[in-house]
Design a protein around this ligand. Structure first.
Ligand code: EPZ
Length: 429
């Protein structure tokens, strides 16, 4: 079983370059289904989730070529004939559900396995389906699949299958915003998504779609307007850098860094997260051209209250990772998880390393301890795995992190980047 072995105590020093954003690349790959001809994507991270999405596109009939040594991925969707995303791939990666909007938009129908829950929550898709319904699709759920077909959209035989609609999301769901926005691109008329999610990755997707010929406005606001067009054409596009990976390295540097320069860390994309670290006393500096520098803090770090919220709030994906920082800060800190119903699974593993965290519903109450001690632990999900690796960097002795398949899904060369900064970490199969 592949695992990471980390010997704690080393200091991090030097420069790290952040890779392309997983949670943008996956959606832009799905969106390419709607754009005729070749799409060439640059700065695509070489991670398992991207390989899985490439497999999904392949199974649909698209040609996909990934030059992993240059992070360039080419997609030609012209020969796509199937509009079914099979269970074995959706089970592997929930984000496969994001081919639904593009397929429905292009073919007027889609059959996709319903993504199961995971270790952080139930991961519903009701908001996605409600949006499709308002745009004239009929959703039938049976045998673990959802089958959506445009029934009352544009005129019979018209090129556009769905019709525009005004959609008010009960929750600013990222996936629902993305799926509905993509479905609306080739529909007839205007679609307005109110209470839309505003993460930077959504802006990246909208900018890609506009470069393909879509007409999307209100980008970066909670009201996105899409005027349907007849067709989209493939284009060249560079994926934005990954703010969650940047935040992971910022916390790693705050834990045991002397001076670390993080290139590709865009302060504006994680403003509240960076501000919170400054309030805690982390020595964090915003440099020009998307670089953040972390130096050893001058004084004692202060306990904090962190509450996760949709963007621009504190990102839920950095909640487990920030908790590791709070573990060894004297005093009481509280972390409240408002986005997912079960995102504290990693706490039991951290407590096995000597942390002192009590879970009370959506709250984690953290009493700072002097030291963590290395132990064998298991990653319960992607960000939990990253958190346990960071805990190993500062723990006394050796930490073995198992189930690292979760980590390999979302971080490109994670151990190599940490080793280049001075961490004692190896991957053992
Ligand atoms: C995206 O998931 C990210 N994944 C997640 O990152 C991230 O944690 C999450 O957004 C929140 O920021 C990708 O982009 C691939 P949501 P998504 O729809 O789109 C509920 C990582 O570590 N909900 O905003 O699934 C849902 O149950 C991953 O990179 C409904 O109830 O997030 C959840 O509680 C983990 N009905 C909440 O909304 C719906 O129809 C947030 O979901 C849709 C969502």
């Amino acid at each position: 079983m592949t695992k990471f072995i980390i010997k704690g105590g080393n200091k991090l020093n030097g420069k790290v370059k952040i890779s392309g954003a997983k949670n943008s690349a996956l959606k832009i790959m799905a969106a390419a289904i709607m754009a005729g001809g070749r799409t060439i994507l640059k700065n695509v991270p070489v991670i398992d989730d991207v390989l899985t999405m490439a497999e999904v596109l392949n199974q649909l009939g698209a040609e996909v070529d990934f030059d992993t040594s240059h992070n360039i991925l080419e997609i030609n969707p012209d020969n796509i004939k199937s509009f079914e995303a099979p269970y074995e791939l959706v089970r592997k990666m929930r984000a496969s559900i994001l081919v639904a909007g593009p397929l429905l938009s292009r073919f007027g129908e889609v059959k996709v396995a319903i993504p199961g829950g995971c270790n952080i929550g139930s991961r519903q898709i009701d908001l996605h389906l409600k949006g499709f319904e308002l745009m004239g699709a009929e959703n039938v759920i049976e045998h673990g699949y959802v089958y959506s077909k445009a029934v009352s959209g544009a005129a019979k035989g018209a090129k556009r299958k769905l019709k525009g609609a005004e959609i008010n999301l009960e929750f600013p769901s990222r996936g629902a915003t993305e799926n509905i926005m993509m479905a609306a691109c080739l529909s007839s008329g205007k679609t307005i998504i109110n209470n839309a999610a505003k993460e930077p990755e959504i802006n990246d997707l909208a900018n890609f779609l506009n470069k393909c010929g879509a007409k999307i406005s209100g980008i970066g606001t909670d009201s996105i307007v899409i005027e349907g067009v007849d067709e989209l054409a493939g284009c060249q596009y560079e994926i934005m850098s990954d703010s969650i990976e940047a935040g992971t390295f910022i916390i790693a540097s705050a834990l045991c860094g002397k001076k670390v320069e993080i290139a590709g860390a865009v302060w504006e994309n994680m403003g509240i997260f960076c501000q919170k670290l400054k309030d805690i006393g982390v020595n964090i500096e915003n440099k020009e051209n998307s670089t953040i520098i972390i130096k050893k803090s001058k004084g004692i770090l202060k306990p904090a209250y962190i509450s996760t919220l949709p963007y621009p709030g504190f990102p839920t994906d950095l909640q487990p990772i920030a908790t590791v920082l709070l573990c060894t800060i004297p005093g009481i800190s509280i972390v409240t998880e408002n986005v997912f119903e079960n995102r504290f699974m990693y706490v039991d593993e951290l407590n096995r390393m000597g942390a002192n965290i009590k879970i009370d519903g959506h709250h984690a109450v953290i009493t700072g301890v002097n030291k963590l001690s290395g132990a064998p632990v298991s990653a319960t999900d992607l960000r939990a795995g990253a958190a346990l690796i960071l805990a190993g960097l500062i723990a006394d002795g050796t930490t073995e992190v198992y189930e690292i398949n979760h980590v390999l899904r979302g971080y490109e060369n994670f151990d190599k980047k940490l080793r280049n900064l001075g961490a004692d970490i190896i991957k053992v199969s």
